[in-house]
Write a protein that binds this ligand. Sequence first.
Ligand code: FMN
Ligand code: SF4
Length: 519
Amino acid sequence: MTVRIYVPGDASARSVGADEVAAVLAAEARSRGASVQIVRNGSRGLFWLEPLVEVETPAGRTAYGPVDAVEVPGLFEAGFLEGGEHRARIGRIEEHPWFAKQDRLCFARVGVTDPVSCSDYEAHGGLRGLRNALAMSGADVVKTITESGLRGRGGAAFPTGIKWNTVLQTAASQKYVVCNADEGDSGTFSDRMIMEGDPLVLVEGMTIAGVATGATKGYIYLRSEYPDAERTLLAAIANARLHGILGENVLGSGKAFDIEVRRGAGAYICGEETSLLESLEGKRGMVRFKPPVPAISGLFGKPTVINNVITFASAPIILDRSAAYYRDYGVGRSQGTLPIQLTGNIRHGGLVEKAFGVTLRELLYDYGGGSASGRPIKAVQVGGPLGAYIPASQFDLPLDYEAFAAAGAMVGHGGIVVFDDTADMAKLARYAMEFCAIESCGKCTPCRIGSTRGFKVIDRIVAGRDRDANTALLRDLCDTMLNGSLCALGGMTPFPVLSALKHFPEDFGLPRNALAAAA
Ligand SMILES: Cc1cc2nc3c(=O)[nH]c(=O)nc-3n(C[C@H](O)[C@H](O)[C@H](O)COP(=O)(O)O)c2cc1C
Ligand code: SF4
């Protein structure tokens, strides 16, 4: 009997030796005359246990991790093909405390299936959403998405149904679906994990958007630093065409939809949607004025659905299980689940998919296990380089777009970067300004000039030069950037700066409480 062994083939597992483990497993099985099939799946998201090997046994999938290539003969000796005892034996991942309490909707198949196999995809619930969508009118599909409460997962949290409806209602000879896979935020990797671990869910979600709005052509604008994702996406798209999921006649419906992958230009601003469209059109990535919004005049001036990877990847389950099913997860106006990425100084980094409402404290301590250094956690930055620094006193904040906004923070893409008490928040604030100066597209003055002035003013404060005057100047500058920038790069850079100043004034050499009104 051939035994299936799963070894993650995504970039995170490969970076810690998964390729070598897979090769040694195959060689060792050959030398022992054992018949094995090695499947390169996605990562389950427990990064500290990678490479995480799972073996299909009659009692279910048994996991071992982290597995070092030199341990492979020992695993065979221990009878791991039958689920035998070994130091690295974890058992069923679904029963692991880190995994058991999650709400895996979007990530249900990641780490379970062969990412590029359409039959594996279908056997695990894939395509049911698309089949339902094809049997409905476009307006009904859009209504289902609207009623699910799904909001864009790329950062701005704009209701997806409203966007799709605008494209549906706008008459045009050609419409487009564009997937924003630029994923430039610090501490985020869930887009990559979907593209490497279950790319067909993205293909299905984009196809649902296409058939619902009347768009026949889709583009995935992929971060140039993601070669593994590109390979997997291209193989999945080719298989989807062979399987009749993409092409002139989507699943025999008579409707056409196809997808092309385009590599990004490697600039942070190319993740901003209008800048991305410019780049896709072959131009320099500069932000466009809005209106018109891309849903009315987007790629090549045509109505365009532009959404993040996770937004599209959430559509299939909504069309499969109903709007009410999805909406039942979450709190307030933050409905459904969010794939949360735990990174930085954290013991158990990885991906947790949970319904909105989970608190930062639960994520940092129940899932993350505290800091990797063992020192107290001083602050976390949520939502990328433009996110506010949240101090330990606010760790009971629930993941909820409105609760975060009320606290002067943002959920963004759900990436959480952790800092212990050795972090210098003034240096981090300076870095935010410097990042903006480097990545600014240059179109508007508050961002282009303000960011450069910003880090110089911070330098003067830290050096103790005219502290009060320079602090007032910094706040004035932040105010101008917040209110005068054309896009969120300049408009949100003040968030990390002001939050660092407000919560950690002593790192700037300022007395505590002197700046309570800073943010
Ligand atoms: C400077 C900047 C960078 C951005 N980078 C990304 C990105 O890498 N990925 C992403 O999905 N959205 C990014 N966005 C948000 C997009 O502009 C846009 O809101 C999103 O693609 C819309 O999709 P959604 O509604 O599904 O979130 C960025 C926005 C700004 C201002
Ligand atoms: S805020 Fe910055 S990145 Fe955005 S349009 Fe203005 S200069 Fe460009």
